[in-house]
Design a protein around this ligand. Structure first.
Ligand code: SAH
Length: 271
């Protein structure tokens, strides 16, 4: 297995990410370093995007492309990328093998990513969690569209939301969400498979959708009863206005960006 990585200066993250996602639409690994960001895909030689190793231009930006043979113990090595994150000074999101939060006011969230997306380390997850902390959740119903590891649902439940519905088309995500909810001692009312291309999102006070642009546009199209607060991510900076318009009559109240990604909070106008 080869790991093909594109390293770009952090100031140019958005242009490079957009171009890399055209080459690898199903997603890339992101590694952040001092002043740079690296996007990587894995595959057998011949299955990978055609990028020559060395200096190259991607998305109009000068980047460094490297290809490395991935060692056999890669399943263990990837754990190194899942380091704990403290979000908004209030949520400590960590994998099970890291130490729990020590400060009593900080909520400890244990996420075993298994094979589902969402450890808290990804910019889009972190931004969604930051926006969740800005919304009143106590006693409010919550729906998580594309729950992955369940990180957003479990955070919402720990912050007092309920009932919580978590939906994902991927069986592994449903399993990971159920397992993670159990390990965190929270009860989620509904965790099930759903294809959000076909099924409209159930009515909830607060909805979170960390998906990508094409699916978000479909979710907007199918949405029958807009929530009181909608948190959206998985959107590149240049896509944010268009995605926001799709959710009209909801209006944008907050926008956060990190490493080329955007997350936004929408509410009905006048609220
Ligand atoms: N909510 C998590 C995971 C986001 S990743 C977090 O914020 O970290 C996006 C998730 O959407 C993935 O788990 C993926 O399986 C799911 N997904 C992709 N297409 C979908 C579809 N058509 N219907 C439902 N879920 C989908």
């Amino acid at each position: 297995m080869i790991r093909l990585a594109v390293r770009a200066p952090v100031e140019a993250a958005e242009q490079v990410l957009a171009a890399v996602l055209e080459l690898a639409p199903s997603g890339v690994e992101e590694v952040e370093g001092e002043g740079f960001v690296e996007y990587a895909v894995y595959g057998a030689p011949g299955e990978l995007p055609e990028l020559a190793v060395g200096e190259a231009e991607v998305g109009g930006v000068l980047v460094t492309v490297s290809g490395t043979e991935v060692p056999d113990d890669w399943a263990e090595r990837w754990k190194r990328f899942h380091s704990p994150v403290l979000v908004g000074g209030r949520l400590w999101v960590r994998p099970p093998w890291e130490e729990p939060a020590v400060r009593p006011a900080v909520i400890d969230l244990v996420i075993d990513p298994g094979r589902a997306f969402g450890t808290g380390a990804h910019a889009t997850t972190r931004l969604c969690l930051e926006l969740l902390l800005e919304v009143e959740l106590k006693g409010r119903s919550f729906c998580d569209l594309g729950c992955g590891s369940g990180v957003l649902s479990i955070a919402a439940a720990k912050l007092g939301a309920g009932p919580v519905t978590a939906l994902d088309s991927d069986r592994l995500a449903v399993e990971a969400t159920l397992g993670n909810a159990r390990d965190n001692g929270v009860a989620l009312e509904q965790v099930r498979r759903a294809n959000l291309r076909e099924e409209s999102c159930p009515r909830a006070d607060i909805v979170a959708a960390n998906l990508m642009r094409p699916l978000l546009l479909r979710v907007a199209e199918l949405m029958e009863d807009p929530p009181g607060a909608l948190i959206v991510s998985g959107v590149l900076e240049h896509e944010a206005d268009g995605v926001g318009e799709a959710f009209s009559p909801l209006v944008e109240r907050r926008r956060l960006t990190s490493r080329g990604w955007t997350a936004a909070l929408y509410r009905p106008s006048g609220t």
